[in-house]
Design a protein around this ligand. Structure first.
Ligand SMILES: C[S@@+](CC[C@H](N)C(=O)[O-])C[C@H]1O[C@@H](n2cnc3c(N)ncnc32)[C@H](O)[C@@H]1O
Length: 283
């Protein structure tokens, strides 16, 4: 599994949204030994910081410490994606009978994606939603396929190229960091992946940074309820909807909607809220 962030794209010119940075454009080291975007070093470079800059600096240091200290919530949960067989996972994720596949068009419609938007599909897998969003944002928008599996990202880019979709960029991220530039994204979309986050608070902090002011976050995941869930879901999924809402709100998001669109999954819509010290100190 990758521990450095790699940015890939369908065409060979520079990356829109990653202006003037090379494809493997990360050079700063987190306390945890992982690499991050240039966001933090830019802040530290201030020579005579104002009160506002000092506050920001303290917030950023809190984020870094939180990220470095967070322990895996679910060790080994992504082992099956370390060397994935692409076709096997296409057959698994893109098959009739899987609720999010059967309802994929209704899910995209409910996501209210508009032409020109920047959308990040985090935990993109085989790109089921990446491709649908790429169509919805039209060539004026961009979809970032983000996944810790390099095999998935390379194959998403290859298959998108073959389908003539040129507005998809790939990011092979680390388990704690989306690798997305700060303030660049209108909508972060996460389906069947929140329960795969080993470091949920670090990922949520990174998502919060990546979203523009007022940006939205959609989380679709399995309901975990002993009255309706299978034994497999009860054993595989870490937390129920209430726990997910609690964690996401603690990271600086406001719950906007809980859409009754799905039966075995929930569909939560959040909005980025302004950060406070309380949020940055959350465990
Ligand atoms: C069950 S699959 C879901 C794929 C896709 N979203 C779908 O619904 O078809 C979970 C995906 O999340 C990815 N993943 C796990 N942790 C991640 C993280 N921290 N950041 C990005 N991707 C992650 C895995 O590699 C895998 O592709």
């Amino acid at each position: 599994m990758s521990h450095t962030i790699r940015r890939l794209q369908t065409n060979t010119t520079h990356l829109a949204g990653f202006a003037k940075k090379p494809i493997e454009a990360t050079s700063n080291t987190h306390p945890a030994g992982e690499r991050s975007s240039g966001y933090h070093s830019n802040m530290i470079a201030l020579s005579r910081p104002s009160g506002f800059a000092l506050c920001l600096l303290v917030l950023l240091l809190c984020f870094n410490v939180t990220q470095a200290l967070e322990e895996s919530a679910r060790p080994g949960v992504n082992r099956q994606y370390e060397d994935p067989n692409w076709q096997q996972w296409v057959n698994t994720f893109e098959r009739s009978g899987r609720e999010v596949y059967d309802k994929r068009r209704a899910i995209v419609a409910a996501s209210a994606v508009q032409p020109g938007m920047a959308v990040a599909d985090i935990g993109a897998g085989t790109g089921l939603f990446t491709r649908l969003f790429a169509d919805a944002v039209t060539p004026t928008g961009t979809v970032y396929a983000v996944d810790i599996s390099e095999t998935f990202i390379e194959n998403i880019l290859r298959s998108s190229r073959e389908q003539g979709l040129a507005n998809i960029q790939g990011i092979v991220n680390t388990p704690r960091d989306t690798g997305l530039p700060a303030g660049s994204i209108d909508l972060v979309f996460i389906t069947a992946t929140y329960h795969h986050f080993e470091y949920p608070m670090s990922m949520l902090n990174s998502i919060h940074r990546a979203l523009r002011s007022g940006g939205r976050l959609i989380i679709i995941d399995f309901r975990r309820d002993p009255r309706v869930s299978s034994n497999w879901v009860m054993g595989h999924v870490r937390g129920n909807k209430a726990l997910v809402i609690e964690e996401v709100q603690a990271a600086g998001f406001r719950l906007v909607d809980d859409k009754p669109l799905l039966r075995t999954n929930y569909f939560l819509l959040f909005e980025k809220a302004p950060l406070t010290m309380k949020h940055s100190e959350s465990p």
